[in-house]
Design a protein around this ligand. Structure first.
Ligand code: GAR
Length: 200
């Protein structure tokens, strides 16, 4: 069986990137793209012999040219799915349209609650009793696209943003690879805002 060609975009540590590389049999990560040369995800790419490219946002005068470079790299690897894995930039509507319903993101809250930055702190500050993570397709909004999978964790009275984040991260490493496997098996059907999961 031909494996799904995946491109991963990351900005930092890359633990979700690593989980995808290790856990998804039906897909192959063809390239990692990072937006800054300090991203630790680069070390993971080296460890697993995955090609990586640094597209340093600082070196581009505008977002359009920055995204054009990313598009060229993804196209050159014939990528069929883009997985945002801690990629801390908002992609422009033009980029999202170019790769329509071929971009996934993982977010550390139960969307639509707490989109955007510092989701775990937002959840703690609000006082919710459960939080979690969401894998969704990316649309033109911020963390607003159709939801594929979610996982729930408890919020404890003595949680800090860090303890909650690490409890959520364990679930991220399960549901993100699973969502990509489902996509690779053509089992995700988008119906308006809803994503239906087909049986095999
Ligand atoms: C993860 O918790 C991910 O959900 C979050 O950044 C972290 C990246 O960790 N993403 C966002 O907040 C996007 N809005 P990682 O680099 O170890 O995968």
């Amino acid at each position: 069986m031909n494996k799904l060609k995946v491109g991963v975009l990351a900005s930092g540590r890359g633990s979700n990137f690593k989980a995808i590389v290790q856990k998804v049999d039906s897909a192959e990560v063809k390239v990692l793209i990072v937006d800054n040369p300090g991203a630790k995800a680069i070390e993971i790419a080296k460890e697993f012999n995955i090609p990586y490219e640094v597209v340093d946002r600082k070196k581009f005068s505008n977002k359009l040219n920055f995204e054009k470079e990313i598009t060229n790299i993804l196209d050159s690897y014939k990528v069929e799915l883009i997985a945002l894995a801690g990629f801390m930039r908002i992609l422009s509507p033009g980029f999202v349209e170019h790769f329509k319903w071929k971009i996934m993101n993982i977010h550390p809250s139960l969307l639509p609650s707490f989109p955007g930055l510092n989701a775990q702190k937002q959840a703690l500050d609000y006082g919710v009793r459960v939080s979690g993570c969401t894998v969704h397709f990316v649309d033109a909004g911020t963390d607003t696209g159709p939801i594929i999978l979610q996982a729930v964790v408890p919020v404890l009275d003595d949680d800090s943003p860090e303890t909650l984040a690490s409890r959520i991260l364990k679930e991220e490493h399960k549901i993100y690879p699973f969502a990509i496997s489902l996509f690779a098996q053509n089992r995700l059907v988008i119906d308006g805002r809803k994503v239906k999961i087909k049986d095999i």
